[in-house]
Design a protein around this ligand. Structure first.
Ligand code: ATP
Ligand code: MG
Length: 361
């Protein structure tokens, strides 16, 4: 196809199908308004794929993801999946690894009119290393990195590489260069994890020297958790290893408002996957209660990335319009979803955002 964009849509488990449907409503509105010629391809991952094809992430999914211009991935309940020999495979992990999506960009931003939970406005981006740490492929180790040498002793291996640390640091500094405050905070626990976080910090410091315009500082993970509550507005770009980034981003987005607003983009050199920060929220699945802002915002991040990659201003504009429509919807208490104390269900909120897209475009 010479014209337009092919986006692979993987609805996932739990609230995945409903927030994906909601996000696609909004994207259809953007497509109508800007003439982007979006082509959505759908295939299954998660329990639907297990039932239909015997695997929660068939190989075909990875092939199609590689061929698409971008991927929209709903949350998956991978902790509930059967073991690998019975078809269980985490689609999120498989895509991150197979497409080498080494950076997980996780913004936390307060929305106009919705008071942040700790009194200060938040506008930060967590740049989480996405392929190493305690989540790495550690198949070279017995038991995939976690093992029990005796029945009373469990050990886990944490993987940090020079290459992985340098490229995540570069991603963070490049993002900081595009932001007004131009500030990077590296978060670590090198006082205890001297070797692994020692290497991580050494690499971030080296990269920092190449970006003299960017202010650079370091925080211990425990102090960082406290500082976020005390004054999250201090922070601009935060770069950290995989597990610390996973935990801090839930904290930061909840301080900014709600996990239901938490967008993210998994990105590598060639590919990007839009994915909400939260999980499949089985407690509210199928009830039209989920806030789809997370996945709608993730799709906006995908458009911003595609706009830059393809040098196409319409895609950049699409991202801006989606963000502005989300802002306008969340600004009105009567247009919010339940997690933000509002009356709207998932689909009604998406309809509202779609209508705002029409108005703003
Ligand atoms: P998983 O194992 O898939 O991560 P979980 O039970 O940990 O599932 P999460 O999805 O991580 O659930 O959500 C944590 C809490 O936040 C749940 O109470 C969930 O209902 C709520 N939540 C998550 N996403 C949303 C959303 N989009 N809208 C509203 N509430 C949400
Ligand atoms: Mg969870």
């Amino acid at each position: 196809m010479s014209e337009g964009l092919r986006l692979l849509v993987l609805a996932g488990d739990g609230i995945g199908p409903e927030i994906t449907r909601a996000a696609l409503n909004v994207l259809a509105a953007v497509d109508r308004a800007l003439g982007l010629h979006l082509h959505f391809e759908h295939t299954e991952v998660g329990f639907a794929a297990l039932e239909a094809h015997g695997s929660t992430c068939p190989d075909d999914v990875i092939v199609r993801a590689r061929l698409a211009h971008g991927v929209i991935l709903g949350p998956v309940s991978h902790l509930e999946y059967p073991p690998p020999d019975r078809g269980g495979r985490n689609p999120s992990g498989a895509l991150r690894k197979q497409l080498d999506l080494y950076a997980n960009i996780r913004p936390a931003r307060s929305r106009v009119g919705f008071p942040p939970r700790c009194g200060h406005d938040v506008d930060l981006v967590i740049v989480r290393e996405n392929t190493e740490g305690f989540y790495a492929d550690r198949t070279m180790f017995f038991g995939n990195g976690e093992f029990m040498p005796t029945p009373d002793l469990a050990l886990a291996v944490r993987k940090v590489t020079r290459g992985g640390s340098i490229r995540i640091a570069e991603a963070a500094f490049e993002i900081a260069m595009q932001r007004p405050r131009k500030r990077v905070t590296a978060v670590h626990k090198a006082n205890v994890l001297r070797v692994s976080d020692g290497l991580f910090l050494e690499c971030v410091r080296d990269v920092a020297k190449r970006f003299p315009e960017v202010a650079y500082e370091e925080r211990l993970i425990d102090a960082m958790a406290a500082h976020l509550v005390r004054n999250a507005s201090e922070f601009d770009v935060v770069v950290t290893t995989n597990m610390f980034g996973d935990i801090l981003s839930d904290q930061a987005t909840e301080i900014a408002g709600s996990l239901g607003m938490a967008a993210s983009l998994n990105v590598g050199a060639e590919h990007a996957v839009a994915q909400a920060q939260h999980g499949s929220a089985p407690d509210i699945a199928g009830q039209d209660r989920a806030n789809p802002s997370s996945l709608i915002g993730s799709a906006a991040m995908l458009f911003a990335w595609l706009g830059e990659k393809r040098n196409d201003d319409r895609l950049t504009r699409a991202a801006e319009i989606i963000e502005a429509a989300l802002d306008a919807a969340i600004a009105k208490p009567e247009w919010r979803t339940g997690d933000l104390g509002g009356p709207l269900g998932t689909q009604a909120f998406a309809d509202r955002v779609g209508a705002l897209v029409d108005e703003l475009a």
